[in-house]
Design a protein around this ligand. Structure first.
Ligand SMILES: N[C@@H](CCC(=O)N[C@@H](CS)C(=O)NCC(=O)O)C(=O)O
Length: 190
């Protein structure tokens, strides 16, 4: 029997969206349960750590956004093809997650150095025309593109100064599964 996934997060993108993209890229069904601000105080007691997101996997509960992403990425083969690639993927996800926090706190000034670094790093693999790591998409591509989306949501056109990254973002957003997800997901304020 197919595994039943129920994913709980607020009605927005934020820390929660990358998991939805992993499901979309893998072509796996999940229940996308979105919690309203009004429901949150009561719903909090059902979460493992008092925060969202969390994931139910056939009734078993897993918290922490990066743990959920890593668990699903391993399951769906989105972690790279050898030990070194796994490490590189983890490195990029850790980096971009920390930088996303800084954008939340300090806005786009905090994005300039990481964007330059990411663009240089991307150019080192297949001249920047492919993926961040290896020859197939990984959850690092999803984490990085969600970070780029956060930046563009803050200020549309900000990525114009980073043409390789801008083109990369468009490519990832057009992957099979992700393109459909972006078209059909609820339109939200963040
Ligand atoms: N380290 C946790 C942080 C989770 C977190 O802070 N989630 C926020 C939403 S993005 C939350 O639940 N905020 C509501 C609250 O703390 O009351 C993770 O990555 O899952």
């Amino acid at each position: 029997m197919a595994t039943k996934y129920v994913y709980h997060y607020f009605n927005g993108q934020g820390r929660g969206e990358a998991v939805r993209w992993i499901f979309a890229l893998a072509g796996e069904d999940f229940v996308d349960h979105r919690i309203d601000a009004a429901e949150w105080p009561e719903f909090r007691s059902q979460t493992p750590f008092g925060t969202l997101p969390f994931l139910e996997v056939d009734g078993k509960i897993l918290g922490e956004s990066l743990t959920i992403q890593r668990f699903l990425a391993r399951r769906f083969g989105l972690v790279g093809s050898n030990e070194w690639e796994h490490a590189r993927v983890d490195e990029l996800v850790d980096y971009v997650t920390a930088k996303a926090e800084q954008v939340r706190e300090h806005y786009l000034k905090a994005a300039e150095t990481p964007l330059t670094k990411l663009q240089d790093m991307l150019a080192q693999n297949d001249k920047g025309e492919g993926y961040f790591v290896g020859q197939a998409p990984t959850w690092a591509d999803i984490a990085i593109t969600c970070y780029l989306d956060t930046i563009e949501n803050f200020e549309q056109g900000f990525l114009a100064k980073y043409p390789t990254l801008k083109a990369y973002r468009e490519r990832v957003r057009n992957y099979k599964g992700i393109k459909d997800w972006i078209a059909k997901r609820p339109k939200t304020a963040w």
